[in-house]
Ligand binder design. Structure first.
Ligand SMILES: [Zn+2]
Length: 300
């Protein structure tokens, strides 16, 4: 089976090339996937924009309305890191629906990935840290609401702590949030996940993979999970502009394979999202994000 991949051309909101957020990584990731023989037409799905009722499961209704109307207060836009105009609003609705769609495909096929998503700093009240809507929290709550799943595990390995996901899901006993991240990185004020592992600056492949290998069995045996959302942020890489860890390409590959193999061997459906990654060398960045898809394709 080819790996099911969810994508939309409007994941790219067309920022200037020198913007702090490397928006062009989305089309370049698709190029990288095509070059690797992934993203073939029969394995590609395109989402429709997420309906407001899904978004309001995870976010305050007034904030959702503000984003949909492109009327987000400037104070919140500053926290997000860019103005929420028409293209950014559409992109947020599409990327969120993309994770919902990828999760449904994962339930059907065992594994699927969204070529976007992992906007884990968006909290219930508002967006922050380049994140408008929290796609994984929306997808978790949407699937729980329609009883497609009963128990959801979030494994967030982006280098930044998953504060928004923790905030949104903290009162949802059917969802368990795990974040392993750089201790000294954004956000300065972290919101506790159900389980957090904070790593010191400069943690490299061996120490990182040891921590991960030790924790995975503990996570998978906690409950009978119906789905795991995997945030495979590549900002743990040594050359990332915002990360403070020191993983190599091989370390990144070993990480993704370890997570995917662990949950797929246990028969748990896995929905991958790409999470963060920051570099002025966007083709190199896109190649790093492609590692998730290569690892997932071997388990599809
Ligand atoms: Zn990040």
């Amino acid at each position: 089976m080819p790996l099911q991949i969810v994508h939309h051309p409007d994941y790219d909101a067309g920022f200037a090339v020198n913007h702090r957020f490397p928006m062009s990584k989305y089309p370049l990731l698709m190029e990288a996937l095509r070059a690797r023989g992934l993203a073939i037409p029969e394995a590609l799905s395109m989402p429709e924009p997420a309906p407001a009722k899904w978004l309001k499961l995870a976010h305050a209704a007034d904030y959702v309305d503000q984003v949909l109307a492109c009327e987000v207060p400037e104070r919140i836009e500053r926290e997000i890191g860019f103005p929420v105009g028409r293209r950014v609003s559409l992109r947020a609705q599409l990327a969120t629906a993309g994770t919902v769609l990828a999760a449904r495909l994962a339930l059907k096929h065992g594994i699927a990935c969204n070529a976007a998503g992992g906007s884990h700093h968006a909290r219930r009240a508002q967006g922050a840290g380049f994140c408008t809507f929290n796609d994984v929290a929306v997808a978790s709550l949407a699937l729980l609401a329609e009883r497609a799943v009963e128990n959801v595990l979030v494994v967030d390995l982006d280098v930044h702590q998953g504060d928004g996901t923790a905030d949104i899901l903290k009162d949802e006993p059917r969802a368990f949030t795990f974040s392993m991240h750089g201790d000294r990185n954004y956000p300065a004020r972290k919101i506790a996940s159900d389980l957090d592992i904070a790593l010191p600056d400069g943690t490299g492949d061996a120490a990182y993979l040891d921590r991960l290998r030790a924790i995975l069995p503990e996570l998978s045996t906690r409950r009978r999970w119906d789905i795991v959302f995997y945030n495979a942020g590549v900002d743990v890489h040594a050359e990332d502009r915002l990360g403070r860890l020191a993983l190599s390409d091989n370390g990144l590959r070993a990480r993704d394979e370890m997570v995917i193999n662990h949950f797929r061997t246990a028969g748990i459906p896995l929905c991958g999202v790409i999470g963060g990654g920051y570099s002025t060398d966007v083709p190199a960045l896109a190649a790093r994000h492609a590692i998730l898809f290569e690892a997932a394709a071997r388990c599809a």
